[in-house]
Write a protein that binds this ligand. Structure first.
Ligand code: FPP
Length: 281
């Protein structure tokens, strides 16, 4: 069993990060306490353009290499037992990027789904998507649905791609659905509470993320899962997304495990297990 009071040292003995606990050196993956994993990790994959620029290449080269980071992170997540992983792959705002970049990203999405469905099957990963999906090009929409159907019975991990997604869009949609339900008499205004509201979000069938990772040094939430991240721990790394690998993911998990999650309570109250203030995961 890993020691929770680990002191982190980057011993720089090799490319692997090692953690020190009394008289013992361990790989970061072994150092993770598997009993205290976040169920759901959400990621903002940022820095593709800057990474490409550093290589003297076009932005699309960064997106292409971002796929390797996606594969490695998904495999790493499955390896340690993360049940839900949600990736911000294309925001509502991204439609305003240069036309060529948008079409390259859509093509990359189709090609990636084609190539990586086998990886998802091999790792027992179920693919799903949230966002204004009918806005996607037809080919992209169809391929996505085929891959979701094919992987529907996988149970190791649920990988959700946020595509043509923005949290304000999602919250507005939920409000619209509830307004319609009230108008038609199916719901009374006094019945609307946090639980009912959350049941109208795109993420209604998955728990809220306990950890949100953003790469590239930016420290913003950028219209991502605004409702669901209410209690999440936020982890920011300077790594640019195409350079991100499972070791970086494991480091984020270690950082999460060192934090104290209080849900509005005091440290002293946390000594005894407490009922959480809301119906949170
Ligand atoms: C942000 O970097 C990244 C995106 C807008 C696209 C994310 C897409 C991928 C990682 C590749 C495809 C993913 C899947 C799931 C198939 P940026 O372009 O904003 O970088 P910058 O901030 O350096 O300009």
């Amino acid at each position: 069993m890993p020691d929770h009071r680990l002191t982190t040292f980057d011993l720089r003995l090799s490319t692997k990060k090692y953690y020190l606990c009394p008289n013992k050196r361990m790989d970061i993956k072994e150092a993770i306490d598997k009993a205290r994993l976040p169920q759901h990790v959400a990621i903002i994959m940022d820095g593709n353009g800057r990474w490409a620029k550093e290589q003297g290449k076009l932005r699309v080269f960064g997106h292409q290499n971002g796929v390797t980071a996606v594969r490695d992170t998904v495999e790493g997540a499955v390896e340690i037992g993360i049940k839900y992983l949600t990736l911000y792959a294309f925001s509502t705002e991204n439609w305003n990027r240069p036309r060529l970049e948008v079409s390259a990203l859509m093509e990359l999405l189709v090609n990636t789904i084609n190539k990586e469905t086998k990886t998802l099957m091999d790792n027992g990963v179920k693919l799903r998507a949230i966002g204004n999906l009918p806005q996607l090009p037809t080919k992209c929409y169809n391929r996505l649905h085929e891959a979701m159907e094919k992987t529907a019975n996988n149970t190791n991990c649920t990988l959700t791609l946020a595509l043509s997604y923005s949290a304000r869009w999602e919250i507005t949609e939920a409000a619209r659905q509830l307004a319609q339900a009230v108008q038609s008499g199916r719901v009374r205004p006094e019945d609307i509470d946090e639980t009912l509201f959350a049941q109208h979000l795109a993420t209604k069938d998955i728990p809220d993320p306990e950890l949100m990772i953003r790469t590239s040094g930016e420290q913003r939430i950028s219209n991502y899962l605004l409702w669901q991240l209410a209690y999440a721990e936020l982890y920011f790394t300077d790594k640019l997304w195409p350079a991100f690998r499972r070791q970086d993911f494991f480091e984020a998990i270690m950082a999460y495990q060192k934090r104290e999650r209080r849900f509005g309570l005091t440290s002293e109250q946390l000594v005894k297990p407490q009922k959480k203030p809301f119906n949170k995961n």
